[in-house]
Design a protein around this ligand. Structure first.
Ligand code: ATR
Length: 271
């Protein structure tokens, strides 16, 4: 049976095994997908041992996405743009890296939230790894403008510079967010994960804008409540998780699973 894992630390509560089990059942494929917790300083050894023992592919989550990228002999354009990988696959003698996070975000916005990115004004708050991982696919979807705002303004400016050739993007500090009536606010900060308040830039947003947290579940609750309380539509990143998993499954197996029933099941579980 083909074996897959999600590697992280911590990883025990990952939803990925459940999601991939549903995908496999749906498509009548027999795979094994487990969690693999690597020690903080032991990602490389754990991943190499998994592939040496015949493992076919791995999803990679925090804090190992940069190390996963560095481990692979080949990387996709979007993984190189992100400088990080959430996807590894063994192809013959090589390990290949990809990054399906941005595609997952774009798919969730466009298919599940029915938010067409083309021509829209997007405000992305945060300039760390989570932000960098989604920049290329976001710009590829051709928003009218993408503004990256970050507590440390220099990091936002640097991120915008790195992606300038891919579309209309600029970087600013949180205190210099232009009032552009943004249609979409993306929270790519670590505030939800760390239980810190999110600095919601109300005045910069259009009435009825969508506020989206790339984190999901209980940690994203306060962001979603805050945004709804301010009159915006809001959701967390559960759909992004399911869509990045579908993109991974397709890359490994060559077939794309239906995400809607899996997303509905997970949403019901927590309701
Ligand atoms: P990740 O890989 O999850 O993006 P990271 O690289 O540590 O993690 O980045 C965290 C992001 O959240 C950064 O953009 C950080 O802002 P700084 O670059 O100024 O550190 C942002 N962030 C973290 N805590 C924040 C807070 N309390 N308010 C606003 N932004 C915050």
């Amino acid at each position: 049976m083909d074996r897959y894992v999600v590697v992280g630390n911590p990883v025990a509560h990952s939803l990925s095994p459940r999601i991939h089990a549903r995908f496999a059942a749906q498509l009548g494929e027999s795979i094994e997908y487990a969690t693999l917790e690597a020690p903080a300083d032991g990602f490389r050894a754990a991943a190499l041992a998994f592939f040496a023992s015949g493992g076919r592919g791995a999803n990679v989550t925090l804090p190992f996405k940069v190390e996963a990228f560095e481990l692979a002999e080949h990387a996709s354009d979007r993984a190189r743009a992100a400088g990080a990988a959430n996807f590894l696959a063994r192809r013959g003698e090589h390990i290949e890296a990809d990054n399906t996070d941005g595609a997952g975000l774009v798919a969730d916005l466009e298919r599940n939230a029915r938010f067409a990115i083309a021509g829209k004004r997007i405000l992305l708050v945060g300039a760390g790894g989570a932000a960098r991982g989604v920049m290329a696919p976001l710009l590829e979807a051709r928003p009218a403008m993408l503004v990256v705002a970050n507590r440390t303004a220099a990091r936002a400016a640097e991120l915008a510079r790195r992606f300038a050739a891919r579309g209309a993007v600029r970087g600013v500090g949180l205190d210099a967010i232009p009032h552009e009536s943004f249609d979409l606010l993306l929270n790519a900060t670590s505030t939800s994960v760390h239980g810190e308040p999110f600095p919601l830039p109300r005045e910069a947003m259009a009435r009825g804008a969508l506020a989206y947290d790339m984190a999901y579940g209980a940690p994203a609750r306060s962001f979603v409540d805050l945004a709804r309380g301010a009159g915006f539509a809001a959701c967390d990143g559960l759909g992004m998780l399911v869509e990045q998993a579908a993109e991974s499954f397709q890359l490994w197996r060559g077939h794309r699973p239906e995400t809607a029933p899996v997303l509905a099941e997970l949403a019901n579980l927590r309701a």
